[in-house]
Ligand binder design. Structure first.
Ligand code: HSE
Length: 404
């Protein structure tokens, strides 16, 4: 048996133990030796758990045990997860994690430490939960230049938007339902303000470019301004409102453009019909074209399954580093204010003429008989900075949505 340890016995940590126990036969099919959880590190004790005898409170017990080959870090946050991951890697133990906050902040550094110690730092579960996306990016796209990654990367907000669209709920009611169903956290800020998907697109952009993209560098907008009327307009435009993480890597300039924001996705686009808590990630290679990865982006067992897939890969590559293409250098970022888009805007009908004057001939009015006092329109292609300076002249402007 290969011995592993789990750091943090919360939802994902306990899920890892469950996946290993319930699927030991499946694991042995490809990996006959099998996997055994030797230690669980947590501040708490779990006297009623079948794993009670494996709980330890001192990280050194794990670090100093040569039998432990892989450490699963599911503590979340940076402290003490960073320190413990570093200790494990320096002891030659591979680390597999679902901790996107740590991967985003210090993943490049930990990947370098792993390389120096002939072990691996893998984080499949940090993006898209159970969806295999990071491994395909590094194994199936080696012959490709990836130009775009566009993802629905947050299950909570996708659930809220789906409820608003299909049941006509307002934002607060849909959020409350998401919380009652256990999808949204009690403090849902990271989901609804877009910070969670922003971290995930930053990780994807880092892997695609090979340079660090920090989530603080990524313009981030959540879904709190989206209202029921936006969905009526979206329907008229033949589109759906989706919170997307967008990454475009320019092959000529090598610059990368990254953003998290609500977008109007057209019918027929593969992301249009991704609803409820599901996630999907569309990857565009310059030779292969579009591929889409779809599945459960969150949840105990899907996320734990992704961590265990990393554990198996680490063991199969025992004694050597799996190069994940994450370097400790910075990516070259495109100036997001110069990137062109069409924007959907709603203002008071009294500002119709001014809006037409500001945005010119290419403006497209979107009718809605139920809101006769509004003037809703789609702008021509325009840079974000030019759009902002024009739209600020409209005193009744509140928010806009980009068109994909
Ligand atoms: N809160 C996240 C979501 C799951 O709703 O997708 C963890 O990344």
């Amino acid at each position: 048996m290969v011995e592993i340890a789990i750091l943090g016995f919360g939802t994902v940590g306990s899920g890892i133990a469950e996946v290993i126990d319930r699927n030991q036969d499946a694991i042995r099919r490809d990996f006959p030796v099998g996997i055994h959880v030797k230690y669980i590190l947590d501040l708490r004790d779990f006297p009623d758990s079948p794993y009670a005898d494996r709980v330890v409170h001192d990280i050194h017990v794990i670090i100093n045990d040569p039998e432990v080959e892989v450490v699963c870090e599911t503590m979340g946050g940076k402290k003490p997860a960073y320190e413990f991951s570093k200790m494990a890697l320096e002891a030659g133990k591979s680390v597999c994690t679902s901790n996107k906050e740590l991967v985003d902040a210090l993943g490049g550094e930990l990947a370098v430490i792993a390389k120096q110690h002939n072990c691996s730092y893998l984080f499949e579960a940090s993006v898209g939960g159970g969806i295999p996306i990071l491994r395909p990016l590094r194994t199936s796209f080696s012959q490709e230049f990836i130009t775009d990654v566009i993802g629905i990367l947050n299950g909570t907000t996708n659930y809220i938007l789906t409820k608003m669209e299909t049941e006509g709920l307002d934002f607060e009611t849909a959020l409350r339902q998401a919380q009652e169903n256990g999808f949204a956290e009690r403090n849902p800020e990271a989901d609804i303000e877009g910070y969670d998907p922003c971290r995930k697109i930053a990780i994807l952009a880092s892997l695609v470019t090979g340079g660090n993209v920090k989530y603080q560098q990524v313009p981030c907008e959540g879904i709190t301004k989206i209202d029921r009327e936006d969905f009526a307009y979206a329907e008229r435009l033949g589109r759906a409102v989706k919170l997307l993480g967008v990454c475009h890597h320019d092959q000529k300039t090598n610059k990368v453009y990254v953003r998290t924001a609500p977008y109007l996705v057209p019918k027929g686009h593969p992301l249009y019909s991704v609803s409820d808590v599901f996630n999907a990630i569309l990857v565009r290679g310059n030779m292969v074209g579009d591929l889409m990865f779809y599945g459960s982006g969150a949840g105990k067992l899907p996320t734990a399954s992704a961590v265990v897939s990393d554990v198996i890969e680490c063991i199969q590559n025992r004694g050597r580093n799996i190069d994940i293409g994450l370097k400790n250098t910075d990516a070259i970022l495109e100036d997001p204010s110069e990137v062109m888009n069409q924007f959907f805007v709603r203002v008071s009908r009294s500002e119709r003429e001014k809006a037409c004057r500001l945005f010119g001939d290419g403006i497209l009015e979107v009718e809605n008989d139920e809101l006769p006092d509004e003037f809703a329109f789609v702008t021509p292609m325009i840079s974000a900075s030019a759009f902002e300076s024009k739209v600020r002249e409209l005193s009744t402007y509140e928010h806009s949505i980009r068109l994909l």
